[in-house]
Design a protein around this ligand. Sequence first.
Ligand code: UDP
Ligand code: MG
Length: 324
Amino acid sequence: MKLYVVIPCYQEEEVLPETARRMKEKMASLAGRGLISPESRVVFVNDGSRDATWRIITELCEQDPLFEGISLSRNRGHQNALLAGLMTVKEKADAVISMDADLQDDINAMDEMVQKYHEGCDIVYGVRSQRKTDSFFKRFTAEGFYRLVNLLGGEVVFNHADYRLMSRRALEGLAQFKEVNLFLRGIIPMIGYRTDVVYYERHERFAGQSKYPLKKMLAFAFEGITSLSVRPIRLIFLLGVLLFLVSIGMLLYTLFQHFTGNTVAGWSSLVISIWAIGGLELLAIGIVGEYIGKVYLETKHRPPFLIAEYRRSDAPQKETPPKA
Ligand code: UDP
Ligand code: MG
């Protein structure tokens, strides 16, 4: 089984040599046990770094055929760098593991991921069992984010970042999602096939600073929700319906007050107008929004389905992808 490990790197000069050293050890150990083939590779994707990252990567490539490097034209963000790596290697690899460069993800979880691949899984999610090393703030915002995305109609694996194994056919499935606004964590669960999770403990960053300050994190969260679902629009529509119902209630109430003579002149018509106009307006926006939502989903050209298996009598032996 040819395994490719894809590692996006942005300004990671401080950790790269150590990451490369540990990766080399790990790949040798996996190959030694016959779990992966000796032609397996580690691919670093340089995401437009302005420091020595790319120089280190090219040096690694010269020293050892295990390493490969891809350099993007400019900084495009973690998700795009990762996608660039995945799409570049998908024809050559039987499976790909994606990992961060900073060694926060436990590299030893790779063993279990590869094991699960051999057992027939197409996607294996690395899930953080604890977040002891994250600050309270990071943990609170991150876990809140997973909950919010799920609430708003996205489907994300709780506490899973982008540390995962994907088989070739899962990658080919991913390639059929034509979205430009990319939120991999929400898209990959849509692929389906057999999946499993592997738990690991998240460590501190080995060196250097997080490349995800709060501002980027918020933008990422917003992108995640709005790129996945149109449920926020539906919520507006529901609110419109609710307000409209309230306005009918208010109509009855004000009429009642009017005819029992409990009001000053003009009160009834004012109150009814406020509620009715507000409700109708929101309702109308909601309906327009529904159409915009439809257009939005159409423009994504998501594949309507992916075929997991195709059995037929005249098939050239087995059609499921070769394992090991
Ligand atoms: N990264 C990237 N492009 C960016 C920002 C980050 O490729 O614009 C990479 C970075 O090198 C690292 C991974 O994405 O390998 C995760 O970033 P980081 O560890 O800074 O995020 P955190 O773990 O703090 O959320
Ligand atoms: Mg990190």
